[in-house]
Design a protein around this ligand. Structure first.
Ligand code: AMP
Length: 298
């Protein structure tokens, strides 16, 4: 069983072309919708009393949401960000933690023996507390971002020491170690404990570091980019969803998981929020797999 913990958010996203307000987002939302294309996925997290019923329905239709708490007193986590003309660099305008701030870690009994756990970007202390509640997962991967690196760097490092794999974007990796070279960042990440590190570079693809080997891969080329929010989480969900179906996690398997991550990331950016991600099917994914194979074979 794959369980994903992280934020389930209302996102306000501003681009020079369009603004969407309080749309369904959050790291666990993108990651679990993406992962559910590979394996049945259980969602763990909290929303507030303002969380729209239609969003709840969308999650319920695709995921096991017994681990979703609805607070009657507080509001849902809200993230407000803007992108410039290149739709690449993001500026955070506001992070309203709301329900996340005082979240008390709890998991349903049926989730305790989850074999696969994905700790999507969230408070590293909460991530570590949640991890303690599982009986002995076979594979744990975490993500993080600038907000937590700036506010809780020591805890981020502690969290990295407890996982099998770490995933984050290029700017975050550089910020974490105050290091400009991403190959060195990848080595530093792995020197803290995990067996592998994945560094995402947006339209420039992604890098896997495992067993002292670097594996860079280009992004799946897409000409439609509306909203890059959630690309990393969708990558992470697909990566983890794919690995959850495998017997072992050797370099070849991890490289194949990278392919799935890039494919799901490419769907995520083609529309606002989870609009595209939640409306694709196995055939769409298969077509991109085929096309990607052609692109990477020469
Ligand atoms: P990504 O674009 O993949 O890096 O992740 C975007 C998602 O992260 C958005 O849907 C936000 O709701 C969520 N998010 C933003 N800031 C934070 C934070 N500090 N902690 C957890 N989730 C966040």
């Amino acid at each position: 069983m794959l369980t994903i913990f992280g934020t389930i958010a209302l996102d306000t996203t501003r681009t020079p072309f369009h603004t969407v307000e309080r749309k369904l987002g959050g790291t666990a939302t993108f990651a679990s919708i993406s992962a559910s294309n590979y394996v049945p996925t259980s969602l763990l997290g909290i929303v507030g009393h303002d969380f729209p019923a239609a969003y709840l329905e969308l999650l319920k239709n695709r995921l096991d949401i017994r681990g979703l708490t609805i607070s009657q007193t507080e509001k849902t986590f809200h993230y407000d960000s803007s992108f410039g003309h290149d739709l690449a660099k993001r500026t955070t305008n506001k992070t309203e933690l709301n329900v996340i701030a005082n979240y008390q870690s709890t998991i349903p009994d049926d989730y305790i023996d989850s074999e696969y756990v994905y700790l999507a970007n969230n408070d590293p202390v909460q991530n570590m507390n949640i991890l303690k509640l599982f009986s002995g997962p076979k594979l744990v991967i975490c993500d993080t971002m600038d907000f937590w690196i700036v506010n809780k760097r020591d805890d981020v490092i502690k969290m990295i020491k407890k996982v099998d794999g770490i995933m984050l974007n290029e700017l975050e990796a550089k910020l974490l170690f105050n290091e400009n070279n991403i190959l060195k960042c990848a080595r530093l990440l792995v020197s803290n404990g995990p067996a592998f590190a994945v560094i995402n570079k947006g339209e420039n693809g992604s890098l896997l570091f495992h067993n002292d080997e670097f594996f860079p891969i280009p992004a799946y080329p897409t000409e439609i980019i509306k909203d890059p929010t959630g690309a990393g989480d969708s990558f992470g969900g697909a990566f983890m969803g794919y690995l959850s179906q495998q017997e072992k996690w050797d370099s070849k398997t991890l490289k194949n998981a990278m392919i799935q991550g890039n494919i799901m990331g490419s769907f995520a950016i083609e529309d606002y929020g989870v609009e595209k991600l939640a409306n694709i099917n196995a055939e769409d994914i298969q077509k991109r797999n085929q096309k990607y194979k052609e692109i990477l074979t020469f």
